[in-house]
Design a protein around this ligand. Structure first.
Ligand SMILES: Nc1ncnc2c1ncn2[C@@H]1O[C@H](COP(=O)(O)OP(=O)(O)OP(=O)(O)O)[C@@H](O)[C@H]1O
Length: 255
């Protein structure tokens, strides 16, 4: 597939739906983000295409959350460029990006059912069929009347995941989506991720430093280290080249 840079283009007009076929959904070019004197992201360039689950991997503090927030438009770069569907992140691109932050962002008092109903009412790209399926797959159905504050940490994480994954936004950003979830449940959640996202139209970026359970679903992995890309490649190609798992490669890279 011939790919071309959209950075220099004006991008689709505000009324046009985003074009998901062909070119990349997200492009960053030499992006830098500083917090005071600390450079959290240092010259990151990457392009994300539809139909992939991308593992954004790296140890604590390597810049994963910062990079996701730059794409989500929650932070502005100090240098370089970020483009979502050819546009600078802002009000418009928020409709094209489903971002699940690491922090709890749901109303504590609200029952699960109301959380989903509210999201369905306010999120333009909500897919009700997908939402119902997610509630079932994530074992949230029996908690429909439970307020968020009464859910266990793992159940809250599942609910956040359901709210994010029920969207059909072309760009899905998940920041540590499995933290707090018990290991046996993780594989079910991973399966849900695969089932929901193999549409070929979305890109999913999953930031994590726990790769043992997740690496099987990655099409591509990007290793971040001190705010820079250390490795960016097709996951299977990497396994074949190094003759070991992504987890083992990662241990070596960060040793
Ligand atoms: N709001 C902030 N103010 C100051 N420094 C920050 C802020 N947010 C992040 N940092 C610093 O920026 C660096 C990158 O942080 P970031 O959260 O992006 O990394 P991460 O890879 O997501 O880490 P983790 O795996 O622990 O979530 C770290 O050194 C962190 O302490």
């Amino acid at each position: 597939m011939a790919q071309r840079s959209r950075l220099s283009e004006t991008g689709p007009s505000a009324s046009e739906p985003p074009a998901t076929g062909g070119a990349w959904l997200v492009e960053t070019r030499q992006v830098v983000k500083r917090y005071g004197r600390l450079e959290a992201v240092r010259g990151v360039s990457m392009r994300l295409v539809p139909g992939q689950i991308v593992g954004l991997l790296g140890p604590n503090g390597s810049g994963k959350s910062t990079l996701l927030k730059l794409i989500a438009g929650l932070l502005r770069p100090d240098a370089g460029e970020v483009r979502v569907m050819g546009r600078q992140p802002g009000v418009q691109t928020k409709a094209w990006v489903a971002f699940q932050p690491e922090i709890d962002h749901l109303y504590a008092w609200m029952p699960v059912r109301r959380v989903m109903d509210l999201a369905a009412a306010v999120v333009p790209d909500w897919d009700e069929g997908r939402a119902r399926e997610l509630l079932r797959l994530l074992h949230l159905e029996e908690h429909r009347q439970t307020p968020v504050k009464a859910l266990s940490r793992g159940m809250r994480v599942r609910l956040k995941l359901a709210v994010t994954m029920a969207r059909t936004a072309p760009v899905v950003l998940l920041d540590e989506p499995l933290s707090g979830i018990d290991p046996p449940s993780r594989s079910r959640i991973i399966r849900a991720l695969i089932e929901q996202f193999r549409t070929g139209e979305q890109v999913v970026v999953l930031a994590t430093h726990e790769v043992a359970e997740t690496e099987g679903i990655f099409d591509r992995v990007i290793f971040l280290d001190h705010g820079q890309i250390r490795l960016d490649d097709d996951a299977q190609a990497l396994r074949e080249r190094f003759g070991r798992s992504i987890q083992a490669i990662m241990e070596e890279v960060y040793a």
